[in-house]
Write a protein that binds this ligand. Structure first.
Ligand SMILES: C[S@@+](CC[C@H](N)C(=O)[O-])C[C@H]1O[C@@H](n2cnc3c(N)ncnc32)[C@H](O)[C@@H]1O
Length: 444
């Protein structure tokens, strides 16, 4: 029931008619466009003011008169009669609101800010419009028509989900979008045969979670998290990244807590392999990039040796996340032609670190896991010829809201870090480029 005959009533009526709702209109006079709508859809229209009995047999009433008192009266009666009410632009007197809609029939996306900001809802809607192809509705119908067949042919729900994901990842959406249905059916048949053969053959994705901020996850990483049946994750994975994991997925923490022994690598490998052999989609989620200082290589080797499907999804490694936050270029035409990522048991006198090589000019050093070893690092580098005035940056919790940056030179960085009470995880960047940090951030 639409009460009101102006522009706002016209807008609401249009939305309701688009959704296939049966509508009636009451208003002393009608806006021209509204009259046209009433005509076009042969709607019931009564040309008179609102009466209490108008709410009989009604599910939803739109109070769109320009008289606030009448709108309040409609609200009172609607509440009394248990009728949903939308009072235009009046959240306090509405029990129903109109979300912004992206309509790709039968796919509908509704965006609601619970009435707080229609402008924000419109913006979000515009963004969703751009990422939802116009053929997504057709795709939904295509998939819907084949659900029963897939259910018959793949007994296991996990296999079905994996199959449907593979359909969406392959050429079928494009073929359906282009109306090439014969080719889509052919691709569908091939996927189905493959799914039946490998119904119980899982996949392990070795996924880089980046330095902590979920915005730095790659799209592929996000996709893996959304599809996972089980996620094995490390210590440095932030809660915000964990929040991106599919809700029904099992989560297994396999990291090392400070000062405690972590789970044996062989045990982690076994768990990954067992789950994959059970046909699950397994994600091994590691901080930064999985193949940088994270024993990802060992896991990869162990998995490959069993013949399980493995994929590696790269992540933003701490060196890059830290440099970006600090605005430090890692290479520079004049001062750093190469960059080294290092980590080492620096204080171990027997380790075979080539200090002279590290102290060489015109390169940038990035040290992972180096905070505790900072005094050794600076002492050894100076002993091997590095200038005491070489700039050095200590970056902690890069990409987190409480990230910190301490800049100094080799001879004073230890003091500075102590006075700032820096906490990990921390990455150290060393070289002439550090001096350019502030300049780079300004230019950005
Ligand atoms: C075991 S390593 C793993 C590195 C990881 N695979 C990568 O690519 O970043 C852990 C070290 O990464 C660095 N790190 C990880 N996250 C960081 C962050 N948000 N800010 C600064 N350093 C970080 C620290 O040096 C930490 O000790």
């Amino acid at each position: 029931m639409i009460i009101g005959g102006g522009e706002v009533a016209t807008r609401k009526l249009t939305t309701l008619l688009d959704a296939g709702v049966e509508c009636r209109v009451i208003a002393p006079v009608l806006h021209k466009e509204l009259a046209q709508l009433v005509d076009d859809h042969s709607l019931v229209y009564e040309s008179r003011p609102f009466e209490a009995s108008d709410l009989d047999q009604v599910n939803l009433v739109i109070a769109a008169t320009d008289d606030e008192e009448v709108n309040r009266e409609i609200h009172r009666l609607a509440i009394e009669g248990g009728v949903w009410i939308n009072a235009v632009d009046d959240m306090d007197h509405s029990t129903a609101i109109f979300p912004s809609i992206v309509n790709r029939d039968p796919v509908t996306v509704a965006i609601s800010t619970a009435g707080y900001s229609p402008t924000l809802a419109r913006r979000l809607r515009a963004r969703i419009e751009t990422i939802l192809s116009s053929s997504v509705g057709r795709l939904a119908v295509y998939m819907g028509e084949r659900r029963a067949t897939v259910k018959r042919q793949l007994a296991d729900p996990t296999s079905r989900r994996v199959f449907w994901d593979s359909v969406l990842d392959g050429s079928i959406p494009d073929l359906v979008g282009a109306g090439r249905l014969d080719e889509a059916d052919e691709a569908f048949e091939i996927s189905m045969r493959g799914a039946q053969v490998s119904e119980r053959r899982g996949l392990v994705s070795l996924v880089g979670a980046g330095p902590g901020n979920p915005d730095l996850l790659t799209l592929k990483a996000l996709e893996c998290l959304q599809r996972a049946d089980v996620v094995y994750y490390d210590n440095l994975i932030s809660d915000e990244v964990l929040d991106r994991i599919r809700r029904d997925a099992r989560r297994v923490y396999v990291g090392k807590r400070r000062g405690l022994e972590g789970m044996a690598q062989s045990l982690i490998n076994d768990m990954l392999i067992n789950d994959a052999q059970d046909g699950l989609r397994v994600v091994r989620l590691k901080g930064g990039d999985p193949l940088v200082f994270g024993r990802g290589g060992e896991e990869l080797e162990a998995l490959k040796s069993t013949g399980i499907h493995v994929e590696v999804v790269p992540g933003v490694t701490a060196a890059l996340g830290s440099a970006a936050f600090a605005g430090i270029p890692l290479t520079h035409r004049d001062t750093a032609q190469s960059v080294r990522f290092i980590t080492a048991q620096l204080s171990n006198e027997n380790s075979d670190i080539d200090w002279a090589e590290l102290a060489r000019e015109k390169q940038t050093l990035v040290v992972y896991m180096g905070l505790a070893e900072l005094p050794t690092l600076t002492r050894k580098l100076v002993e091997h010829g590095m200038d005491e005035a070489m700039p050095i940056a200590v970056i902690s919790r890069a990409s987190y809201p409480d990230q910190t940056l301490v800049i100094g030179i080799l001879s004073d960085i230890d003091e500075r870090v102590k006075s700032e009470a820096v906490t990990g995880p921390t990455t150290i960047i060393l070289g002439e480029v550090v001096g350019m940090g502030s300049v780079a951030s300004k230019d950005n």
